[in-house]
Design a protein around this ligand. Structure first.
Ligand code: MG
Length: 241
């Protein structure tokens, strides 16, 4: 019996060693195969077509219309006159970086937003990003109906002046607050949006607001606390965790 246990322990040790040597994917890593992935140029072409043939705009419009219908029902059903709030992300939600993205072949596919900066592409400036029109209309609808509008963005504090003037140039005005990411110290890695953004929403809630809507283009915009309904806009162009 003792010998049997020793054999089982030995087998377990060998199995563990083999698994460690093979470096299996981490639990949060998507499954993959060793087949050659599709050529990058084909993927870029697919993204361009998704945009240029109008499907991207159509899907944005569909989400924004659902959000507007939802806000309409909320406004109707708010007899108590509570302080209502709506939270908007900025990049690929309120403003479009399409020009920069397509110009570099979607080179910032896993990037934080600061990569869409002049440091990354000297010819590109985020000062004049155009609005995403269905979002602008949703924003104005919320404002007109007495819902306080907040921006929560992963852009750093150093871009506050530039971001504010871009938002105003694009037609946004009268927001209650613009939450931006604190500047990082040298060597510090950025806090994930999925951590920073819920904290910002918590802060809004602590001002006695009931957050009825949160809209963004990344799952990390919508993860975590404090909003009654979330709306996810399409973005197959890059990922912000
Ligand atoms: Mg975004």
């Amino acid at each position: 019996m003792k010998r049997c246990s020793q054999v089982l322990v030995a087998i377990s040790v060998v199995c563990f060693a083999l698994l460690a040597a093979g470096k299996p994917p981490m639990a949060d890593t998507p499954a993959y195969t060793w087949q050659e992935p599709e050529n990058h140029a084909v993927e870029v072409d697919r993204l361009m077509r998704y945009h240029d043939y109008g499907e991207y705009d159509r899907e944005i419009r569909e989400v924004a219309n659902s959000a507007r219908d939802y806000l309409e029902s909320i406004v109707r059903e708010n007899p108590k006159g509570e302080r209502l709030a709506a939270v908007f992300d900025i990049d690929e939600t309120a403003l479009s970086n399409w020009n920069a993205m397509q110009k570099c072949g979607f080179c910032s596919y896993s990037a934080e937003q600061e990569l869409f900066s002049q440091a990354h592409d000297p010819d590109y400036s985020i000062e004049h990003d155009p609005p995403i029109v269905p979002t602008l209309e949703l924003y104005n609808f919320a404002k007109k109906n007495g819902i306080a509008v907040f921006f929560v963005t992963g852009r750093p504090e150093s871009q506050r002046t530039l971001t504010t003037s871009n938002l105003m140039e694009a037609g946004y005005s009268g927001w209650a607050q613009l939450y931006m990411r604190s500047e990082m110290k040298p060597g510090e890695s950025p806090e994930p949006a999925s951590v920073y953004k819920p904290r910002a929403r918590k802060s809004i809630e602590s001002q006695n607001y009931r957050i009825v809507l949160n809209i963004g283009d990344q799952a990390s915009d919508l993860a975590g606390c404090c909003a009654e309904r979330v709306f996810k806009l399409p973005n197959p162009f890059y990922l912000v965790k």
